[in-house]
Design a protein around this ligand. Sequence first.
Ligand code: CP
Ligand code: NVA
Length: 300
Amino acid sequence: MSKHLLSIADLDAAELAALLKTAEYFKQARYRGSELRGKTLATIFEKPSLRTRTTLEVATVHLGGHAVYLDAGQIGLGRREPVRDVAENLGRWVEGIAARVNKHETVAGLAEHAGVPVINALSDAHHPLQALADLMTLKEAFGRLQGVRLTYVGDGNNVLASLLEAAALSGVEVTVSTPEGYEPDPGLLERARARFVRDPFEAVRGADAVYTDVWTSMGQEAEAERRLRDFAGYTVTPELMEAADREAIFLHCLPAHYGEEVTEAVAYGPQSRIFDQAENRLHTVKAVLAHYLGGRPWSG
Ligand code: CP
Ligand code: NVA
């Protein structure tokens, strides 16, 4: 097992299954424990966050620990002092670090030098904490992951990368539909044995779940206008949902830009599971902290 969670590829299938099992137990037990008693998690954010920051802090409290929030601008990560020095310092004081960064190499640099577990709280390349909650939500909806058909419509971004890696380990069958120029890395598609279908209506046919994310991710704001044009036709509308399985659910990592990648009618409609998915961010991150920082055994 890797000491760090920088991407879902740091896990094997058994570890992924163990995290989900722990999260499911935590949810049904409304778990409060002492795995992190006397321990501190440092959280570093270079970008805004609602779900990730809150769930990291609440989960730490539920496990008896303490979280210290560090605004990346304040600590000057990589500017006031090198990433290496921030990591070496924090590693002397805290038992774990979670970091949301602009460049994936920053969180990898923290992991290289901190000497304590480092959790990726989103980078430009990966969002592993999100993918754990996504799988948990699928499992709740369908009672299994193997063979569940999920179609991702939109930008081939960090959220999709982690979802594809999670699919590769769990047997979720992914179909991806993006406009030209926004495809995910072909290696990711291949490892997940995912299908690529350009036309979103064709892509969602038979899907058990339809997933989308914003067209303009944090840090890409300068491209927003061009992206709005390029993604025309990729909005998840009630009509697109109708082309999927009748029982299909809708997922979105949030925050959403309503009227762009999804309409309010879908996001707030009967097929939507977006707030279960957001709730599951808490249970899954609690499992991550219990196993990575709290010494909870991976098996048994
Ligand atoms: N889904 C997600 O990571 O949300 P935040 O950006 O609010 O943390
Ligand atoms: N792709 C989005 C996800 C936000 C949770 C972003 O990186 O901004």
